[in-house]
Design a protein around this ligand. Structure first.
Ligand SMILES: Cc1cc2nc3c(=O)[nH]c(=O)nc-3n(C[C@H](O)[C@H](O)[C@H](O)COP(=O)(O)OP(=O)(O)OC[C@H]3O[C@@H](n4cnc5c(N)ncnc54)[C@H](O)[C@@H]3O)c2cc1C
Length: 402
């Protein structure tokens, strides 16, 4: 196994996978360092939607929604085994915070951004008399139900597939391998990492930190570090319940007005998500009892005829962490744009990727490649400057711990 690469990508979540795939496709020598397993972090704990994010229109994030809808179109066309369209139903009640006109307006803008005349953009109202179409939805004070389409995926499987594409194109996956420290010298970045209980060293021209909720911790191990803005972690929980409701996704309002999805998943139903600030170790985030009870209450409110479920009857519950810019506003309305920062604007050696969406991983990867391109192009023959350390313990063979 080599100890010299053009780029080391730290983290094998969807962002690291996308960046590694794009860099190998551009002909660069890439290694990916992952401390646990592919998709160990947020990339296996999301809502599993490939979507523009209708709710982001409320906070005016039009360019994000537009970009994500463009990516949705590409993923539907190019990864049909993993990404498929699903009907979404939005019920509007007398008590709903978002009135009928607002939902219609949101769906019209969403359709416009998706490409008005595309079949993926259409929405319509569902007849309230069509009980079968409503799948047991509470119809007390129900004013209207809108149906539109968005896409669903298996987030961990998508991440594994993107990593496999990168590995097939020549990237080396070091897994489990954990970053210990990275130091930028004149010509390269010297990286120390643990693999199989041993300290190893490699050299690269640039390091891309795609460690999601660990991004600040990883950045603090780099000298110099990337100039990240103040960030905050926000936990989001999903519960999986042993009920099969429908092959549709319901987009409902919880008691506090937040949007919650009720989705088909693995023959059962997934309900999520919540939002709470998180200050602990990212590896230890778990759903709280309050979050699970809140999601069960939401399910019962909208599907009153389902069998009452106790907390100990859940098939699964998991929590993931969003990386958001620090602000005093409600996490719900904060920017979901990807933040791409570096140690040096002109000649970046340490790049950090924070936040963003599963849906837009390719757009993020393109931005990272664009940021690194001038530096990678300028230094064609850099290896002469990188000393081969006799004391380095090379890791065995190309790891494929997928
Ligand atoms: C609750 C929730 C729901 C979401 N739903 C959606 C959705 O429906 N659609 C959508 O588009 N987006 C969604 N998102 C956003 C999306 O899931 C995330 O943006 C994305 O998964 C983040 O991927 P990542 O690669 O940045 O981080 P991660 O997936 O967390 O990957 C980081 C990786 O870095 C590794 N790592 C950390 N430190 C080190 C180290 N020192 N050395 C080596 N490796 C290290 C970790 O083990 C981990 O595997 C959701 C997010 C949350 C929290």
């Amino acid at each position: 196994m080599s100890t010299e690469y053009d780029v080391l990508v730290v983290g094998a979540g969807i962002q690291g996978a996308g960046v590694a795939e794009a860099l190998t496709a551009a002909g660069h020598r890439v290694a990916i360092l992952e401390q646990e397993s592919v998709a160990y972090g947020t990339s296996s704990r999301s809502s599993k939607l490939i979507h523009g994010g209708l709710r982001y229109l409320e906070s005016g994030q039009f360019s994000l929604v537009y970009e994500c809808l463009k990516e949705r179109r590409w993923l539907l066309a190019n990864k049909p085994d993993l990404v498929h369209m699903v009907p979404f139903l939005i019920p509007v009640y007398r008590h709903s915070r978002r009135p009928t006109w607002k939902v219609r307006l949101g769906l019209s803008i969403y359709a416009l951004l998706a490409g008005l005349f595309s079949s993926q953009a259409r929405f319509r109202s569902v007849s309230l008399q069509d009980y079968e179409a409503l799948c047991g939805l509470n119809n007390d004070d129900l004013l209207a139900v809108y149906r539109y389409y968005d896409a669903q995926t298996d987030d961990a499987a998508l991440t594994r597939e993107v990593i496999q594409t990168a590995v097939r194109s020549g990237a080396e996956l070091i897994c489990p391998g954990s970053l210990v420290g990275a130091e930028v010298t004149d010509k390269f970045v010297r990286v120390d990492y643990f693999h199989k209980g041993q300290l190893n060293t490699l050299h690269c021209r640039a390091l891309v930190n795609c460690t999601g909720p660990w991004v600040e911790e990883t950045n603090s191990k780099c000298a110099p570090s990337a100039k990240l803005p103040p960030l905050e972690l926000v936990a989001g929980t999903h519960i999986q319940v042993p009920l099969k409701l429908a092959n549709k996704i319901f987009y409902v309002e919880a008691e506090d007005g937040r949007a919650v999805f009720v989705m088909p998943w693995q023959g059962e139903t997934l309900v999520g998500t919540t939002e709470r600030p998180y200050h602990g170790d990212p590896s230890e985030v778990t759903p709280t009892l309050e979050e699970k009870a809140y999601l069960l209450r939401t399910l019962k409110q909208y599907f009153p005829e389902t069998r009452p479920l106790q907390l100990n009857e859940l098939s699964d519950a998991f929590a993931g962490l969003r990386v958001l810019p620090h602000a005093s506003s409600n996490p719900f309305s904060r920017s979901r744009e990807t933040m791409i920062c570096s140690d040096n604007d002109k000649h970046p050696r340490i790049v950090a990727v924070a936040g963003g969406k599963l849906t837009s991983y390719r757009a993020t990867a393109r931005s990272v490649v664009k940021k690194l391109r001038p530096m990678l192009a300028a230094e064609q023959d850099w290896t002469a400057a990188a000393p081969l350390h006799k004391s380095d313990t090379p890791v065995d063979a190309k790891e494929r711990n997928l």
